[in-house]
Design a binder for this molecule. Structure first.
Ligand SMILES: *Cc1c(COP(=O)(O)O)cnc(C)c1O
Length: 250
């Protein structure tokens, strides 16, 4: 369970750790954004996070967040981007796998979709964003390990090449960069190698596709975010270290 005080303290501690990782690797803290991963936690946790200064949240399920968005309204936080009474707003991105039949709803309720992993999904999101009269920021998810459960496109796959070829023509999507989830592994050097590969892939594809923006490198979670920052992450996605442990899936 979380309390507002605990969340506040955790956020301060994470900021310090990001600061140190930046100092070690000669980077500026302003180059690293913190996303609070609120999946499985109630709307109250998002509200407490907002009060602690967090302005970017990650959710992994369309339906779950739809419910929370309405709960947040009940708490006085309107999720047209979580606009607070102060006039400040926050963004909520989808960071879980998205089935294309839910893309219309996702384009409606999220400020961005960070898990685009097929051309078909990109096309569906583009159509949905067009209908809504908006531009939708997206990241392309890359899979760098062989774990069967992971989604994302292989770094050398023809599907990735085709998606990057076609993205500039999907006028309602705003490509912002790449994201990956490192494999679960005791050895931190496994994560480091994975993050480094994503950075090198980014450099290579950015040179090849100059019409696309590859500025964002979303990598690093509670267990490995300092390594990710050292390897060039611009966006760390942190759940457990902010909100505490999630209930174990059955
Ligand atoms: C759950 C999740 C996170 C956060 O994981 P923690 O280990 O709790 O920080 C980050 N990214 C993705 C894609 C997730 O699904």
């Amino acid at each position: 369970m979380f309390t507002s005080e605990a969340i506040q303290e955790n956020v301060v501690r994470i900021a310090e750790r990001i600061h140190s990782a930046c100092a070690r690797s000669g980077r500026r803290e302003s180059q690293v954004k913190l996303m609070a991963v609120s999946k499985t936690h109630p709307a109250e946790a998002i509200a407490a996070g907002f009060a602690a200064g967090l302005r970017l949240f990650g959710e992994n399920r369309v339906q779950e967040f739809q419910q929370k968005a309405s709960d947040l309204k009940g708490l006085g936080l309107d999720v047209e981007g979580l606009a607070a009474a102060s006039g400040e707003s926050a963004a909520v991105h989808l960071i879980g796998h998205l089935q294309s039949n839910k893309s219309a709803r996702a384009a409606e309720i999220f400020s961005g979709v960070d898990t685009v992993d097929s051309l078909r999904l990109a096309q569906r999101l583009d159509e949905a964003a067009k209908k809504l009269g908006r531009r939708l920021p997206v990241l392309v998810e890359i899979k760098l390990s062989d774990e069967a459960a992971k989604s994302g496109l292989g770094a050398e796959s023809p599907e990735l090449a085709e998606l990057l070829e076609r993205l500039p023509d999907l006028g309602n999507l705003e490509m912002r960069g790449l994201m990956t989830v490192a494999p679960l592994d005791e050895n931190p050097e496994t994560a480091r190698a994975c993050f480094r590969r994503l950075r090198l892939l980014r450099d290579e594809r950015a040179a090849r596709h100059q019409r696309l923006d590859f500025g964002e490198l979303s990598m690093g979670m509670s267990g490995d975010f300092e390594i990710a920052v050292e390897e060039g992450s611009t966006l760390v996605r942190i759940g457990t270290a902010i909100f505490g442990a999630r209930p174990k899936p059955a």
